[in-house]
Structures are given as structure tokens and as C-alpha cells.
Design a protein. Sequence first.
Length: 146
Amino acid sequence: MKTALFALAAVVAAAAHASAAEAAKKVDFAKDVAPIFKANCVKCHGTDPKKPEKKPAAKLNLEDEASALKGGKTGADVIPGDAKNSLLFKLLAGPVTVPQDDGTVDKEIDPMPKVKKGQKWVALKDADVAAIQRWIDSLPPQQAAK
């Protein structure tokens, strides 16, 4: 009986430790992701107060979490809770081919961050990619933009 109680206590302690570890991994968009987007993405995927008529590239605004979740020209670029299937995350690894709505030939989207013509593409730092992945994976599915 004492062994069973000890085992139960160990399981409860392990679960509490796991919950604490999960809480420590929580990703705060403003603190953990926005600085990455600001440094690497917002120049093209943001608004310009000096040119208010200019829209963000691909109509995807990464200046804040709500805008990022709305998506852009290709639809929902972030699938809450599912980074591996989110277009935004896939583009951090290389080019992605997406089907066209009108049934024409699939379109290849260049990897991000985009580079100037003639320059070699350089991926984001692994730590930045991991932070974006944790952010997307930590989003509850019901947080999808409406």
C-alpha cells in the first residue's frame, strides 16, 4: 500500500513538474516573436506610415499577432497549434509550392526572409525558427482568425 501511494505521489509530482515546464515554455508573441518579425519580416510584411496606400507583401501583416493570424493572399498562413502545416513556418525552411484557386499551374513561393535578386537566401537563426514554431504550436486551435 505504501509503495502504491509512493508511486502515485511520484506520478503527481512528475505531472506537476511537466506542467511547470510547459508553463515556462509558453511563448509571448510580443516578447518572443514580434522582435524576430520586426528584424526580418516587417519591412515587407508590415505597413509604412509614410505610404499608407502601400499594402504588406502578399497582404500578410506580421506587425502584431492578430494580423498574423488573419493571414494574407494565400489564406491562413498560420494554423494555430500546427506549425509544421503552417505556410509561414514552411517558408522559413525553403520554397513552397501552393495550388492556385483557379486550377491553373501551382505556384512556387520563395523562401522567407526574401532576398534581393542575385543574393543567396539565408535562413533565420535556428533559435528564431524554433521560437516561431513554439509560438504557432502553442496557439489553441480556436484562436484562428475569424
